[in-house]
Design a binder for this molecule. Sequence first.
Ligand code: C2E
Ligand code: MG
Ligand code: MG
Length: 582
Amino acid sequence: MNKPSILVVDDEPDNFDVIETFLTNTKDSGEAKQDYNLHYAASGKDAIASLEVFQPDLILLDVMMPDMDGIEVCKKIKAMPQWSAVPIIVVTALTTKKDLAQALFAGADDFISKPVNRLELIARVRSMIRIHQQYQQLATFNTQLEAMVQERTAQLQSMILEDSLTKLPSRVFLLQELKRCLQAGESSIALVYLDCDQFKLVNGSFGHAVGDQLLIAIAQRLQQYLRPNDLLARMGGDEFCFLLHQIEEERTVELFLEKILQGFAQPFAVANCEIFITVCIGIALGNNSDHQPEELLQDADTAMYQAKLRGKDSHQIFDRKMHLAMFNRLILENDLQRALEQQEFILYYQPIIDLQTEKLTGFEALIRWQHPERGMVSPAEFIPSMETTGLIVPVGMLVFKKACEQIRAWEQQGWTELTMSVNLSVRQFSCATLLADIDRILTETGANPANIKLEITESAIMDNAETAISITKELRSRQIQISIDDFGTGYSSLGYLHRFPVDNLKIDRSFVSQIQSENRNYHVVDTIITLSNQLGLAVIAEGIETKEQLKWLQNIGCQYGQGYLFNKPLPASEVEKIYLRS
Ligand code: C2E
Ligand code: MG
Ligand code: MG
């Protein structure tokens, strides 16, 4: 370590000599050792001029000097920011309280009276130097700490503003930018919010490392569509968002969208695989100056959600009505949960008739919601919501149980030949406990499985064909029959039917309602029936409303039917009054 530097300021050079002698450390061996680097200035002016050269750690300052006295020098030095921390010991013959007060007031840190006493000088110099060194260490430490804090803050700031995986701006950054635009009164902006479809499948099948690489590849591809001044941010997970400027009309966004969608038509080369991925896109236009940044982002997100509801690879521009729709949906979801707890769901039964004999063969169980205020609510209003929330799984099982109890009750009254058709949703079909639940309910209710038909839609089958085949096989091994519901509205392919172990085909109402007019449906239904007969499938026509429709269906050999012509879905008590009198 460097020796501390001491500047002695005195107009009398002899006084410097005395101080130098006193501060010289003479060892027992007689060897003289200087612990300090001593420097001399003969006047206040010289002292101030030499500070830079000597870099003093301590100043010993005489008071009585010509030109500028020590008090003046002290004041000047203490007023200089770079030297104000250097301790000053005033060395003076003036020792009245007033003199000392004056010195301290000028900023002096200590004083020594003249003539200088050796021990006092050594002690004061040493302690003052030590204090100064400690002060300097502290100051250095503080500076380092400040630098560290600044660096860390900058790191955190960039972490908050930048997504670490894709290096794109973050959600926070986008919101800041959006706020700036809106505050500047920019109204021709748009948010284009993207969410990858079924990204979970990528993580699930290839692992998260590949998922991460795919996200980076998507980010890179999306960046190619950035126009100057526009912004692309990763919002988290598999979501990205563009902030576009100068969007004067919807058409500009549409053109932009087309480019992006085309971009996703090409696969992404990741980890030696070619992965195809699609996105759903929600767009919010910032043409309303009252918008808050979070609101606009929420609108884009809502639109994206609406697009998702329509299926993958869809896009949607935000519309005010969507808020209301979202709100209503939430209310409905809550209401349905409550309805299940309050046992507000009941079953109606629609007769299914043998069209050749016009005799009753069985019923289709159809759910109804007895709403405390709205009265009877139709399933079309709430089944889709139950499908999304998954509530259809417990509710579907409740329906199955009630239907089993009912058919068992009628069987016990002697109606042993009647069948009961129960609808099964896609969600139920993919539920792991489906077979176990069905077995339990059959045992609990004692219903005869041979009298039960389960109706599934084409999409339930096509969504996961292999599982569908194995489940339908299991069900049939229990003697339960399988019907394809709403046939003709989905994939409309008879080609796949032979691969599935099914028993019945229900022709959708839309075909039946149009058959009077000699149009294409006439032949379609004809063909369906001919082919079904060849495949050994029974056909049930849905929605028969007129005598003509009945006649025609009878003519082309359709075996069963249901519809308002015979009866609407009825409560069990009505069914018993009309059909089951003994
Ligand atoms: P679906 O399974 O195709 O049921 C036939 C629907 O057509 C019933 O509507 C029935 O009332 C109606 N319908 C029957 N005959 C006629 C007719 O002559 N003319 C007209 N216009 N309509 C007729 P509903 O009861 O409103 O049920 C609608 C759909 O809700 C059902 O279509 C089914 O997909 C679903 N659904 C009903 N109950 C359940 C259930 O317990 N579980 C599941 N997963 N879905 C159900
Ligand atoms: Mg049905
Ligand atoms: Mg149907």
